[in-house]
Design a protein around this ligand. Structure first.
Ligand code: PGA
Ligand code: ZN
Length: 424
C-alpha cells in the first residue's frame, strides 16, 4: 500500500521547471517519475498546470502542481493498493473532477500515476515493462530517431518539425542504435562540409538553416548512403511536419519556404514526397483542425504510408475512436502527459490495436532523465518508439534503457524492425 507521496520541482531538458514524484510503499519500495512537457501541443491535451507568475520561471512555475501532489493527492491515495493501477487512476481523475485535469493539473496527476506503477513494480521485484506487460512483453520497438529538427523545436527556417530515421533493417535494438548513431555522425560531417551549423535542437537532431523538406530529406538520404546503408531497406524515413503549427485560416503557411499551400496542395506536396523518398511514416501530416484533409490523405496514401495522429488525438481514447470510425489516419502517437494517467494511455494503445491500427510510444520535446516510456514501449508491445536523436542525454537515456532491456530479455528478445510500421 502507498505510504507516502512526495512531489518536488526539478528542471527539464529545456531548463523549465517540471514535476517529479516519489511514491513509497509500506514495504519501502520506491517509485519515481518525472513529467515531460511539449512545445507543439494539441489543443485538446490534458492541462499542464503552470503558475503563470511572470516574475518566476517566466510564468512557467509548477509550484501549484507540486502543492497539489503533496497536499490533496497524497491525502487521497495514501493507504491505497499501488498494484490496483486502474483504481488509483480513477481516484485521481475523480479527485480532479474536470474533463481536462485542469484543476489539479495533468502534470501533478501523471507524476503520481507513473510513480505508483514504478513503486508497485519494485515491490513485485519486477522491471516495469514486465510488471505492466507480463511475460509476453518481449518486443523491442523500432526507434524513430529525429536527426533533423525544425519547426517549434529549433530556430531555423525549416517548416517541418522532425526528420527521422528508422532502422527497419537492423536485427536487434542494439544494432538499430549503432546504425542510427553512424548515420547521425555522417550527417554531421556532411552538414559541416556544406557550411551548415551543427548545433542541435530540442530533440537532439541537427538544426541547420535549411528551408525545404526536400533539402533536409536529401541530406538524410545522402548520409544513409554514405554510411554504407540502403535508404528504405536498412533505414526508412519518418517525418513529423507537425502541421497544426503552420495551419492558419484554412491554409498551410510555410513561412520558412515562403509559400502558402491549400489543404489540397499540402496533401499533393506530401504525396509527392512519399513518392520520391522512402518515407514509411508521417505524423500529423495534416492539421488537427483539418479533418477533411486528414481523411482525404488517408484514403490516398494510407495504404502505403503509416499516418500517425498526434495533435489530432492527444492520446485520448474517445478522440481516437472517433478517428478510427471516420478514417482519420491509421496510427496513433502515445504521449502519456497528453492524457494524464497511465491507465488512460494504455487504453488508447489497446483501442488502436483492437482496430488494427498501430501505436507509437513517444517522448515530448521537453524531457528528463526519466526512462518510463522505454519500458512502456516494451510493455505494450506497440513496436515503435519516438524518442529523439542520438545526442542529448534526455533522449539517449531511453535508448540506453532499451539496450538494457534487450540484454535482460536475452534470447526471448525480439526486435520489431520491418514488422512495423506494417503498412510500409
Ligand atoms: P512536442 O512535440 O513534444 O513539442 O509537443 C513533439 C511532437 O509534435 O511530436
Ligand atoms: Zn508530433
Amino acid at each position: 500500500v502507498i505510504e507516502t507521496v512526495t512531489a518536488r520541482r526539478i528542471i527539464d531538458s529545456r531548463g523549465n521547471p517540471t514535476v517529479e514524484v516519489d511514491v513509497v510503499l509500506a514495504g519501502g519500495a520506491l517509485g519515481r517519475a518525472a513529467v515531460p512537457s511539449g512545445a507543439s501541443t494539441g489543443a485538446r491535451e490534458a492541462v499542464e498546470l503552470r503558475d503563470g507568475d511572470p516574475a518566476r520561471w517566466h510564468g512557467r512555475g509548477v509550484d501549484r502542481a507540486v502543492a497539489h501532489v503533496n497536499g490533496e493527492i497524497a491525502a487521497a491515495v495514501r493507504g491505497r493498493d499501488a498494484t490496483d493501477q486502474a483504481g488509483l487512476d480513477a481516484v485521481l481523475v475523480e479527485l480532479d473532477g474536470t474533463a481536462t485535469k485542469s484543476r489539479l493539473g495533468a502534470n501533478a496527476i501523471l507524476g503520481v500515476s507513473l510513480a505508483a506503477a514504478k513503486a508497485a513494480a519494485a515491490a513485485c521485484g519486477q522491471p516495469l515493462y514486465r510488471y505492466l506487460g507480463g511475460a509476453e512483453a518481449t518486443l523491442l520497438p523500432l526507434p524513430m530517431m529525429n536527426i533533423v529538427n525544425g519547426g517549434a523545436h529549433a530556430d531555423n527556417p525549416l517548416d517541418f518539425q522532425e526528420f527521422m530515421i528508422a532502422p527497419v533493417g537492423a536485427d536487434t535494438f542494439a544494432e538499430a542504435v549503432r546504425m542510427g548513431s553512424e548515420v547521425f555522425h555522417t550527417l554531421r560531417r556532411d552538414l559541416l562540409a556544406a557550411g551548415h551549423a551543427t548545433g542541435v535542437g530540442d530533440e537532439g537532431g541537427f538544426a541547420p538553416a535549411l528551408r525545404t523538406a526536400e533539402e533536409a530529406l536529401d541530406f538524410v538520404v545522402a548520409a544513409i548512403e554514405r554510411t554504407g546503408y540502403r535508404p528504405g531497406t536498412d533505414l526508412g524515413l519518418v517525418m513529423d511536419p507537425a502541421s497544426s503549427e503552420f495551419f492558419h485560416d484554412g491554409v498551410y503557411v510555410y513561412a520558412g519556404e515562403g509559400v502558402r499551400r491549400t489543404p489540397a496542395e499540402h496533401a499533393d506536396y506530401l504525396t509527392g514526397l512519399v513518392d520520391a523518398y522512402p518515407i514509411v511514416s508521417i505524423e500529423d501530416p495534416m492539421a488537427e483542425h483539418d479533418l477533411t484533409g486528414w481523411r482525404e490523405l488517408t484514403a490516398r496514401i494510407g495504404d502505403r504510408c503509416q499516418l500517425t495522429g498526434d495533435d489530432v488525438f492527444c492520446t485520448n481514447e474517445t478522440l481516437l475512436r472517433e478517428g478510427i470510425r471516420t478514417g482519420v489516419g491509421n496510427s496513433v502517437l502515445v504521449k502519456v502527459n497528453q492524457i494524464g494517467t497511465l491507465t488512460e494511455a494504455l487504453a488508447t494503445v489497446a483501442a488502436a490495436h483492437q482496430a488494427g491500427w498501430t501505436a507509437v510510444m513517444s517522448h515530448r520535446s521537453g524531457e528528463t532523465e526519466d526512462t518510463t516510456i522505454a519500458d512502456l514501449a516494451v510493455a505494450t508491445g506497440c513496436g515503435q518508439l519516438k524518442t529523439g536523436s542520438l545526442s542529448r542525454s534526455d533522449r539517449t537515456a531511453k535508448y540506453n534503457q532499451l539496450i538494457r532491456i534487450e540484454e535482460e530479455l536475452g534470447d526471448a528478445a525480439r526486435y520489431a524492425g520491418r514488422a512495423v510500421p506494417r503498412r510500409a
